[in-house]
Design a binder for this molecule. Sequence first.
Ligand code: FAD
Length: 486
Amino acid sequence: MNAKPVLVWFRQDLRLQDNPALLAACAAHPIVPVYIFSPKQDAEAAPGAASRWWLHQSLVALDAKLQERGGRLVIRTGDPLTVLQELLTQTQACGVYWNRRYEPSVVKRDKHIKETLLAAGFQAHSFNGSLLFEPWNVATLAAKPYTVFTPFWRACLGQASPPPPAPAPKSLRFTENWPHSMQLDELGLVPKITWWSGFGEVFTPGEAGAQAALRRFIKRPLLDYKEGRDRPEADGVSRLSPHFHFGELSPQAAFHGASQALAKGDVPAEQAHAFTRELGWREFAYHLLWHFPHTVREPLNSSFKNFPWGRDPQALRAWQKGETGYPLVDAGMRELWHTGFMHNRVRMVVASFLIKHLLLPWQEGAAWFWDTLVDADLASNTLGWQWTAGCGADAAPFFRIFNPTLQAQKFDANGTYVRKWVPELAKLPAKFINNPSAAPSAMLAEAKVTLGKTYPRPIVEHAFARQRALDALASLKQRAPRVDVA
Ligand code: FAD
């Protein structure tokens, strides 16, 4: 064991278990665990308001875990390179260990940090702490990145299986020369407007909460995940996405959790595979972000650059507030506001509504999600919005326009999800809850619904909106094939 300490720079890997940077560092050195809040330098990856709430809770949890083992988390803010250099001097540490991130401006910054530290004679080691497969290790036979999911995932599964998660280090040896740390509250992460008070009813941020959520999911929802994952009212999904985003759980832990349950015969193969396939979509999102970093702002299919988007702040506001007059859309947007989360099926419906019914740019929706989702993730959010807009990799074609009423009737037939999030419609019978405009007036009166007063009329009529979207698509004069992603 080297007597000189090293800094372990925690970022989106806020856990002790299966943390390669931490494991490598503490195998050879005493450590100084560090978190640096650097929204300016994180640029497009700087956390939105809901994510900041989560980050605060997660840092509390990580600090508590370190304190249990005799250490603590040193918290700083500012330009990461400057802060790391200060800490190296103050602690007389000989290097920095961290797990990689993949957002374009963070990649550029980290490269510069590594080069500067190495040039100054320090150690600088980075590891894969958040993906099953590094984006540069998966390529087509023509050595190109994948742009279609199924062959991508097949290629991933053809590689060596992801290693099982490593346990947390048995013991940690810390520096004896602790540098100054800010108080977490000084970062001002928890938003002053307390709309987030419902988040904690649904989630327990931190490593222990993540592991408990995985155990719970494997025990029950995984058993019929393939069917349950499409029903927003059911307890059918894992809700692990924010835990993955903040690195409180490694994807290896989830992948192996499902694989082990399968090997023990606790879960049918088709259910386990349906779940690991979704983990594959997360990998695909990172693969695309790495190879096509411009897609954070621009469509992957460049022919969509000239799409005639509209501008309608009032409609955008109605969408954000869940007051569009389409119950499933409104339920989703209100679930998001209240819990910081939205079910995947509903994410697709609300995104499609913004893009195709309101003809507003997908970037507007991505920005709102970025600020309000606790799992806001640059890779997955970009993929989700571009997929829905028909301009991304392996995307749903633009001309396939979801009818939000039919989607609701298919995936929330009894209106349970809508009843929960749009309580002013709760007394309507299932037949009309997803289409209150079609209900007879006596029934509306009995259910105490006054359209335009207690619940909005649809802000746009479906058939009109559908035709307008198709006309907009037709007006894209030349729809180039995916020249940029051959
Ligand atoms: P589960 O169904 O339990 O799936 C397990 C894990 O697989 C998830 O935690 C997630 O890591 C991964 N996964 C599942 N579906 C997808 C997918 N379509 N794309 C990428 N990974 C997936 N996911 C985010 O994590 N952050 C985002 O900012 C985000 N924005 C989205 C925006 C839109 C418009 C859409 C349509 C989807 C978005 N998604 C995003 C993907 C997906 O909706 C969420 O990952 C999923 O709903 C999280 O719930 P869960 O953990 O219960 O998922």
